[in-house]
Design a protein around this ligand. Structure first.
Ligand SMILES: Cc1ncc(COP(=O)(O)O)c(C=O)c1O
Length: 439
């Protein structure tokens, strides 16, 4: 089979030339994947017993076999027409995923890298930025901005509510001299399980006519929640490969508007590796500021092919639906009086992760430990000040209904094994929500 595929490849190469060759490679991986899927099944299991592990952490998310196979390619010449065409196609295909970016920059780095890239291109030493708190990730971004020399003004929050547009409007209206250069918002704060309303934030900025750039961390929201970069006037959107984009960790990106690029051209913090203007220079080599992370590029391209096959709106609808299924179970658990959604306002509960508070004095880590050791279900724990008082169910990436229902079933069992008072029939409630979408 593989030999036949390779022969097909060389005949296509002769007939169609190199530009189509990249597309053909993707088809070839898909075919190959069917074989490899059977061969590599054992690799999907862990030492914790038979059957696959249910990876329900809020990133990295489960990766499709097609994507893993794409990543398994041999290295090629990064200046070859084949690689240049693949990378160019990926840059183009990423723009509509953000609905819609003027430029996309891709880094061989995790999300922290893209955070730093955004700041170092747009902020000068001593510039003020406004950061409304949402949870541990806004906190970490704030810390980074401070380290880079920005004067960070924070809008405090209890990590249980999304950004309050009225508070943001008030803070901007007090900045009559226009010293605030950027507003930094985490769309979905993965630690808190909170999603903020970016459209309302933009409207608040517009009401006071403030000219600050709007930078949004979409690392845990992209492809799970509607995001309209152009329509909502977002200047910089930051994303990473390992969440709902469905690729392995290691690539992150800044999607930017023309306005953000103009800012960056005024040379902000001294930076070479992150610099957008460096990366726009004519040599293709510059686009990655050196050797391209080829295998990660192949993987991300395949995951974008999969997103486009399913359709971006359908991907978002799938995540919304699976989140509703999880929330239905959590609501029933909460009826027992011990557990609570961390996000107080139902409209702010994220589509990618659900954070659940446990009672005072109870160690939330015991839920995680037992799930992992007895049932091979891996969920997230509390981060920072929430450690031990929260558990988080990630529901994003390459997952489907039985995956989520299976994990919910195991969580239900563990909550009962640990004698936490929870409502009955949580999984039935989840199934009912699941069924409501298919009937
Ligand atoms: C919302 C959000 N922002 C930023 C980050 C940091 O990304 P990374 O861990 O890839 O550096 C994460 C990681 O989980 C995240 O969820």
């Amino acid at each position: 089979m593989c030999r036949r595929l390779i022969e097909r490849k060389s005949s296509d190469e002769r007939n169609d030339g190199l530009i189509d060759f990249g597309r053909f490679e993707v088809r070839r991986f898909r075919d190959q994947c069917e074989i490899e899927q059977q061969m590599s099944y054992q690799k999907l299991t862990t030492d914790n017993g038979p059957g696959p592990q249910f990876l329900m952490i809020p990133g990295p998310s489960p990766v499709a076999d097609r994507v893993r196979v794409a990543m398994g390619r041999a290295s090629i010449d990064f200046s070859s027409a084949e690689f240049v065409a693949t990378a160019d196609r990926l840059f183009d295909e990423l723009k509509p995923i953000f609905n819609s970016a003027d430029h996309v920059f891709l880094y061989g780095a995790n999300g922290h890298g893209a955070w730093e890239a955004a700041l170092s291109n747009c902020i000068g030493a001593g510039d003020s930025v406004l950061l409304p708190e949402t949870g541990l990730f806004s906190e970490a971004w704030r810390h980074m901005a401070r380290q880079l020399g920005a004067d960070v003004k924070t809008i405090a929050n209890d990590w249980r509510h999304g950004v309050d547009p009225a508070a943001l409007e008030q803070a901007l209206s007090e900045d009559w001299a226009g010293t605030i250069k950027a507003v930094l918002v985490v769309h979905t704060d993965t630690a808190a399980g909170l999603t903020s309303d970016i459209e309302a934030i933009r409207a608040a900025m517009d009401r006071v006519g403030h000219k600050a750039l709007l930078m949004v961390d979409t690392i845990a929201s992209l492809c799970t929640t509607s995001f309209k970069m152009t329509e909502w006037g977002v200047d910089v959107a930051i994303a990473a490969s390992q969440k709902a984009l469905g690729a392995p960790p290691g690539l992150s990106m800044c999607a930017i508007s023309e306005r953000a690029l103009e800012h960056a051209l005024d040379a902000r913090l001294p930076s070479y590796y992150w610099s957008w203007s460096e990366r726009m220079k004519s040599e293709h080599y510059k686009r990655f500021c050196g050797t391209a992370p080829e295998q990660l590029v192949f993987a991300l391209e395949e995951s974008i092919v999969m997103i486009n096959e399913e359709g971006l709106d359908n991907v978002i609808a799938r995540h919304t639906h699976l989140a509703d299924v999880v929330k239905a179970a959590v609501e029933v658990w909460c009826e027992g009086g011990a557990l609570e959604f961390n996000a107080v306002n139902p409209a702010e509960r994220a589509n990618s992760v659900t954070s659940i508070k446990t009672p005072e004095g109870f160690d939330a880590e015991s839920i995680r430990d037992r799930l992992r050791s007895r049932y091979n279900v891996v969920i997230g724990g509390g981060l920072g000040q929430l450690r031990g008082s929260i558990f988080r169910i990630g529901h994003m990436g390459h997952i489907n209904a039985p995956y989520v229902l299976g994990a919910l079933g195991a969580i239900d069992v563990v909550l009962k094994e640990l004698n936490l008072p929870v409502g009955d029939n949580a999984v039935v409630a989840a199934c009912d929500v699941m069924a409501s979408a298919t009937t």
